[in-house]
Every structure is written in structure tokens, then in C-alpha cells.
Design a binder for this molecule. Structure first.
Ligand code: ADP
Ligand code: ZN
Ligand code: ZN
Length: 801
């Protein structure tokens, strides 16, 4: 008798445990841990993951597995264990940890088919496939062919494909293909009557462009004909029409020029040495590669990966989604060619699955991808690299709320391989660990070819106001803008705006109201005209004069990209501007397209938010302007200074990366703030020291750990009372050293008519914390499942809203 222990796909805490099922005899040889199965659960059939197989169980009345849903395990043993560990670390359900590791195409709503992949004669396959190349899963299952097909998949003669059932949510475009040979085309063109000029145009177009499918839109644009012309050609039988999925893998048809390893500079060799030692010695070590922008970090990654591949092992490279640009991909594909799989959100679900399969089939040994690529199902990992390790996008902001860095180190330990965290501006946490010797610090301080860092000028906007300039452009920035326009050089204008909050600032002295208890800016609430601290709940009304300088120019602060665009149009009507923000880039591929346009010189100014801070490497950019360095500085987030420093450093790095020297203008109301001043000097070490002092004063990471509990519900009273009970409970259970703040309203106090309250825990060592938090979740389970209560627990939060 074989028993399978299954984690079922029912998202509640009560069901977050193993359920035993009997494996029917016919599946005994077939079923393996890591496969998904459908099992009876109450009155329904649901999905689940097989975690382990065993011979005995305590359960008396065993139900049987209904049927397998996979033909081979979709999660290997390592990932099954990782999922368990992850769910304990971040307090999520095991099912959500497992689901997070799989590509979307493998989720339930996709249809599975078996596909023959070699066309050699094979009597067995000929018989079961008939004269078709594909066989539907359900049919195969009914004919009890699954175990046999499992063997064929192992032999490499059959593969399994996931088809998207629901075509409606896919964008398709109409394409047409000419059915005539070139000769027939010529004849047809000659035979057309004199006034069929338009049809002639279309046919000639196809004569030139071969017999591929071409989008109808494109044909219309190029030839200038109306849709009716094309329709009549189709009805004559000259063309075949089809709907094609619009998106194509941007890399599919590109040939990447093969690149050779550079002769390393001395700094690069010094950095490589200990990495190679760890690769050769098969032991785990975490390196923090702190190199200024343009110091050649990527080359260090590439050559480290090469030695891993030489040993027959595999590599994972994580890159923030936003900088996973074609430029970045090119560098990896250029070096390792088809050995590289790319995983990012721009790919369609099917394409993502294909890339994932390349990894699984061991056709690709290097994966370059965003956060979730950390779960790549490699079995022989030799290195994990996280580029721009300070980026917040490595933290997933929904369940499971994991940080890719933690998973990387977990997997690194398991595979005994190095983990490299690279950044010009490492997170405080990582740098502090390198100071304590937990990570090994590798520094690269010189830019390639000793290129100078761009010169940075910090403009005091209070001064501008005093001199009567009320525009959002300082005189210096405006003059430089005009100068670049006349020289036909390009400018990047950066507007730092994020989140929904705003703050109150004195435009004369730059003073910003702070919470007396939390060292955090107070957030202005327009409706109540009140200022609030979102950590502790402190409230104050907006003063009518500045407490620092008695000026009356103290008020709410904030500007949007649209406003800047309008202002530019007024002041510099001749300038061509490309605006990049969430509004202009929400469509698939828009981000790349706009950048492409800018690169091709179709605009003078690129105006945007954080999304333009990274990865831009265009030779013609000689000016970078930061419109207001302060907007992020005053977010209700203890990392505000760190983020400001990182962002300003990144943005400044965009200018003058090539022959033309670069200049940076940073406009600010607080030029004396250390994060602005030190970003101007690109002085990370000094910034680190200063910021560590601030963190110590405020009892923040890396001196303390944090856990953030956010409670939400439609009923305000309920939210307040539950958050209060949670806070009281924690006070009674945690040690005296733990600091528990709240209940306080969240920085975003209401979303979708649901009120939000929070409670923040700061602690150094609380061995029982996760247990207590889990207990809390269990306690409120009833209200969570049936009364619409939400309790989010974020261990090591990055989003403080
Ligand atoms: P980072 O990743 O640190 O910002 P990059 O890897 O982009 O720096 O390197 C900057 C430039 O220097 C790139 O164009 C890269 O091709 C080039 N480069 C890197 N290493 C070398 C080397 N050893 N010799 C010559 N050029 C190099
Ligand atoms: Zn003031
Ligand atoms: Zn406070």
C-alpha cells in the first residue's frame, strides 16, 4: 500500500498541512513527490502537491487520489523543502509558497497536451498518436497511457505543453500571408485592370516582402490602402488571414554578437579571486561586490559564470525588472548564447513557460531574470548573482512576502556555491553584514578607463525663490537645458515621485515637519488637513508659520510628471519630450519602445520617474536634471534617506558614460541633507557611517529587525479594536526588549473602502516571534475566512505603507 501526503490548494490556515491519500494501484509506479494531483476534498475535487510518499498512515478512512495532473514532478526535492522553509520564514501558506515557484502557464486553467518531438518512426507512438502530432491529456489519461508517456518523455520523444485555454485575454493581431508564388503574383499583377491600382500596390508589396505573415495594419500603413481592398484580395483567394498573438519574444529573432572576455583590470582580478576560490573549492560564501557605476561589475559576473559553466554547473542572475532591458540581456546572450534563458514580465505566459522548460530540460544553464527566477529548477547550481542588490523589487509585496536575497543564500548553502550581491550603493543591511564579516566585501572604486564621474551641482531652490524664481526649474538647470538643445545633446529629467503621500515643507528654509517620536516625516492628509505619523499615530495640525524661520510659505508639496511636461511645453516649445511614467508605460512593450525612440535621437528630453534611473546607457546624454531631490526624502519610511541617496547616485551615473562629459544638476530644498550632499559626491562610505548613526538612534534595521502587521476591514471600529488586541497580545508575549508601535493608521489609511491600521514590531532577538504571529493568524482565522478581515504580516518589510 502506498500513501501520498498532499498539500491541498485550499487557502486557509486550517488546511495548511499534509493530507494523506491512497495511491491507486495503477499509479503506483508513476506517482512521485513534486507532482500535482487532483484529490477529493469534502464534496469537491481539488488540486494538490504531493510532498512525500510513504507506506503507513494513522488516518483510518483513506480516500484515493483521483488522478495525477503532471507526468513528471514540477517541483524537485530541493524546491519542496525550500517551500516548506519559506512558508515558515514569511508566515505564508505552504500552497502559496509552492504556487509561487511555478510559471503561470502551469496553473490550473491551462490545457495540457502531449506532443511528439521527433519524427523518427516509432510504432508505439504511431499507434497512440495516430497520424497526429498531439494528444490531449484527458484522452491519454482515459486510455491509461500516462505511465507509458512518462517513459517516452524520459526518452525524449514526447514533450508536454501547456496551452492557454482562455484566448480572450490575449492580445491578437490580424495577419495575412500571400498564397501565390512569386510567378503567380507577377501574372496576377499584370492581369489586373488599370484602375485596380490599390490592389496592385498590395500585391507588389508582397512580391518584395516574401511569403511571410505580415500584420494587416502594417500592409495598410505602408501601401496606404483601405481595409476593403485587403478584404477583397482575401476573398479572391490570394491571401490567407489569421489571428496571431501580438507579442513575440524580443530576443527570438535577434542575433547576438558573440563577445569575448575582457582582459580584467587589476581591481576586477582582485575581486574575482576569492569568487573563483569559492567556485573551485565548492563552498558557500556570500560576497558583496561594491563597485561604482561603470566599474565593470558585469564583466566580473560574466567571467565568474564562465568558470561555473566550465565545471558543468549552472548559474542564476537576478536583475531588477526595470533594468532587464534588451541592453542587459544582450550582454549575457552575447557571451553565452543559447545557454541563456531569460525570465521577465514582458514575456507572455507561454513564452515564460518555454524559457522555464529550457532550464528544466537543461538546455539553458544560465538564467537571467527578475525576482522569481531565484526559483529556477536547476539541480547543480554553481553561482547565484544578484545585481543592484539594494533594489526593493527583490522583495515580493504579496504572499509569499519573500526577499530573493534570503532565498539566494539558502540555495547557495544547499549547493555550496558562492552568492554575489552587486551594487554601487549597497543596502545598509548588506553593507553592515560585510562590515561584520558575514559577507565578504569586494570593492571596485575606479570607473573603466578612469572615466571621471560626472560633475554634480546642487541647486538650492530656497535661494531661487528668494531671488524671485517661482518656476520648477532653477536658472542653472534651465540655462543648461537650453544649451543642450542648441548643441543637440540629450537631457534626462528626473522627477522623484512615488507613493501616495505628501508632506508639508517650508519653501523658504526647507524645513519638513517630523514626528517627535519616530524621526520620520509626518504625512499630510488633505481631507482632514492634519499631519500624521504613520508609525506611532502621533497627530498635529499644519502650522501656519514655519517653526524654524517663521515664514508663511509653509505648505503641502508635490508635483507630477504631467505638470512638468506642460511647463516644458510653455518654456521650451521647440524641445521634443518623451514622458515615461506609469501612465505612459502601462502597455506591454511601451517601456522599451520609448527608450528606443530616445536612443534613436527622436527626442531631446526624457522626462520620467524612477523607472528611468537605471540601465540607461546612451552616449548622447550629457545632462541629468533632478527636479526635486526631496520628494522621496520625506516619505514616511525610515529608508527614505537611503533610497534618496541610492536614487540620486544612480541617476547621476546616467550622464557622461561615454566620450562626452556629463553634468548633473540636483535641485533641492534641503541641500544640507547628508543624503543629497553625499550623493552629489558619490561618497558611499561617508553616507553609510552617517546613516548608520541615524538608524541606531531610531532603533531601525540593521540594528533592529522589523515585522509589520497590517489589519484591514470595512468596519473602522473593528480594525481599531483588533489591531489594539494584537498589540496588547504582543506586549504580553514578547520580551521587554521588543518595541511595539501602534496601533496607528497606515500611511494609506483606506483602500477600496477598507480601513487600514498597523502595528510595527522592532526587535533584536525574539525566538518565539514567528510562533506568536502564527498563533495570532490562527486566532483570527474564523474572521479572516468568513468576515472579510485581512491581517497581513510582513517580516522584514520594505514597503512601509
Ligand atoms: P557596472 O556593471 O559596474 O556598471 P559595466 O560592467 O557596465 O560596469 O562596465 C562598464 C563598461 O566597461 C562596459 O562597457 C564594459 O563592457 C566595459 N568593461 C568592463 N570590463 C572591462 C575590461 N576589463 N576591459 C575593458 N572594458 C571593460
Ligand atoms: Zn522655514
Ligand atoms: Zn511617530
Amino acid at each position: 500500500m502506498r500513501i501520498a501526503s498532499v498539500i491541498v490548494d485550499v487557502p486557509t490556515m486550517n488546511t495548511d498541512k499534509l493530507f494523506d491519500y491512497l495511491v491507486p494501484e495503477q499509479w503506483e509506479e508513476f506517482i512521485q513527490p513534486g507532482m500535482r494531483v487532483s484529490v477529493p476534498f469534502g464534496p469537491r475535487l481539488i488540486q494538490g502537491f504531493i510532498i512525500e510518499l510513504k507506506e503507513h498512515t494513522e488516518v483510518m478512512k483513506l480516500k484515493s487520489i483521483h488522478e495525477p495532473l503532471d507526468i513528471y514532478p514540477v517541483l524537485n526535492e530541493e524546491l519542496l523543502n525550500l517551500g516548506k522553509w519559506l512558508s515558515e520564514q514569511v508566515l505564508c501558506l505552504k500552497i502559496s509558497a509552492y504556487q509561487a515557484m511555478l510559471p503561470a502557464a502551469m496553473k490550473a486553467k491551462y490545457e495540457k497536451v502531449f506532443k511528439r518531438i521527433d519524427d523518427r518512426t516509432n510504432p508505439f507512438l504511431d499507434e497512440i498518436f495516430g497520424n497526429k502530432m498531439e494528444l490531449k491529456w484527458d484522452a491519454a489519461s482515459e486510455r491509461k497511457l500516462l505511465p507509458l508517456l512518462q517513459q517516452e518523455i524520459k526518452n525524449g520523444t514526447v514533450e508536454i505543453k501547456y496551452l492557454v485555454k482562455n484566448k480572450a485575454n490575449k492580445k491578437t493581431i490580424r495577419v495575412i500571408k500571400c498564397l501565390l508564388t512569386n510567378e503567380e503574383l507577377l501574372q496576377t499583377i499584370e492581369g489586373l485592370s488599370q484602375n485596380a491600382l490599390k490592389q496592385k500596390k498590395v500585391l507588389e508589396y508582397f512580391l518584395q516582402n516574401g511569403n511571410e505573415y505580415i500584420p494587416v495594419k502594417q500592409v495598410q500603413e505602408v501601401t496606404g490602402v483601405a481595409p476593403t481592398t485587403i478584404r477583397s484580395l482575401i476573398s479572391k483567394g490570394y491571401f490567407q488571414e489569421e489571428n496571431k498573438e501580438e507579442y513575440r519574444d524580443p530576443y527570438e529573432h535577434r542575433i547576438f554578437e558573440k563577445t569575448k572576455p575582457f582582459q580584467l583590470t587589476e581591481e576586477q582580478s582582485m575581486a574575482m579571486e576569492p569568487i573563483i576560490r569559492s567556485i573551485e573549492g565548492n563552498y558557500q560564501e556570500t560576497f558583496l561586490l561594491n563597485g561604482v557605476t561603470g566599474s565593470g561589475k558585469t564583466e566580473v559576473y560574466l567571467q565568474s559564470i564562465q568558470s561555473v559553466l566550465d565545471k558543468g554547473k549552472e548559474a542564476i542572475v537576478l536583475v531588477p525588472e526595470i533594468s532587464l532591458t534588451p541592453q542587459m540581456v544582450e550582454r549575457f546572450k552575447g557571451r553565452f548564447g543559447n545557454d541563456v534563458a531569460v525570465l521577465h514580465s514582458g514575456l507572455s505566459i507561454g513564452e515564460k513557460y518555454d524559457e522555464w522548460r529550457k532550464i528544466e530540460r537543461k538546455e539553458a544553464r544560465v538564467v537571467v531574470g527578475a525576482r522569481s527566477a531565484i526559483f529556477a529548477p536547476f539541480e547543480n547550481l554553481g553561482i547565484i548573482i544578484i545585481d543592484e542588490e539594494h533594489e526593493n523589487s527583490y522583495k515580493q509585496e504579496e504572499n509569499p512576502r519573500y526577499h530573493a536575497r534570503d532565498i539566494a543564500i539558502y540555495r547557495g548553502k544547499l549547493h555550496q556555491c558562492p552568492v554575489i550581491l552587486g551594487s554601487a550603493t549597497p543596502s545598509l543591511e548588506s553593507f553592515a553584514r560585510s562590515q561584520k564579516g558575514v559577507y565578504t566585501l569586494l570593492s571596485m572604486k575606479k570607473r573603466m578607463n578612469n572615466q571621471a564621474l560626472p560633475s554634480v551641482s546642487i541647486v538650492d531652490m530656497r535661494e531661487e525663490l528668494r531671488e524671485g524664481n517661482r518656476s520648477m526649474f532653477s536658472r542653472e538647470l534651465f540655462e543648461k537645458l537650453q544649451d543642450r538643445l542648441s548643441k543637440k545633446e540629450q537631457t534626462v529629467l528626473f522627477l522623484n515621485r512615488r507613493g501616495h503621500s505628501s508632506f508639508v515643507m517650508c519653501r523658504d528654509c526647507g524645513y519638513v515637519l517630523q514626528c517627535p517620536h519616530c524621526e520620520i516625516s509626518l504625512t499630510y492628509h488633505r481631507f482632514t488637513s492634519q499631519m500624521k505619523c504613520h508609525y506611532c499615530g502621533y497627530e498635529a495640525s499644519v502650522p501656519s508659520v514655519c517653526p524654524e524661520c517663521d515664514s508663511e510659505h509653509i505648505r503641502y508639496f508635490g508635483t507630477g510628471t504631467q505638470k512638468v511636461e506642460e511647463e516644458l511645453a510653455k518654456l521650451l516649445p521647440e524641445a521634443k519630450v518623451i514622458r515615461m511614467d506609469v501612465d505612459t508605460t502601462s502597455r506591454k512593450g511601451a517601456h522599451e519602445r520609448l527608450l528606443q525612440q530616445f536612443q534613436e535621437g527622436k527626442a531631446d528630453i526624457l522626462l520620467g520617474t524612477q523607472m528611468i534611473a537605471k540601465g540607461l546607457d546612451f552616449p548622447n546624454i550629457t545632462l541629468v536634471g533632478v527636479l526635486s531631490a526631496d520628494t522621496m526624502l520625506h516619505l514616511p519610511d525610515f529608508r527614505a534617506s537611503e533610497k534618496t541617496f541610492q536614487l540620486l547616485t544612480q541617476v547621476s551615473g546616467r550622464a557622461g558614460r561615454h566620450h562626452l562629459a556629463g553634468e548633473v544638476v540636483i535641485q533641492t530644498y534641503t541641500p544640507e541633507h547628508y543624503s543629497v550632499e553625499l550623493a552629489g559626491k558619490q561618497d558611499y562610505d561617508h553616507f553609510y557611517k552617517k546613516e548608520m548613526m541615524m538608524r541606531k538612534l531610531g532603533s531601525y534595521p540593521p540594528f533592529y529587525y522589523l515585522a509589520l502587521i497590517t489589519v484591514s476591514h470595512e468596519d473602522l471600529m473593528k480594525v481599531v479594536s483588533i489591531t489594539e488586541k494584537i498589540s496588547n497580545y504582543l506586549h504580553s508575549k514578547l520580551s521587554k526588549e521588543a518595541i511595539i508601535l501602534g496601533p496607528a493608521t497606515s500611511p494609506i489609511p483606506k483602500i477600496n473602502n477598507r480601513y487600514r491600521y498597523q502595528c510595527l514590531i522592532k526587535y533584536k532577538r525574539e525566538p518565539n516571534l514567528t510562533q506568536q504571529l502564527r498563533h495570532l493568524l490562527e486566532h483570527y482565522q474564523q474572521q479572516i475566512t468568513s468576515e472579510g478581515l485581512t491581517i497581513n504580516i510582513d517580516v522584514n518589510p520594505y514597503m512601509m505603507m
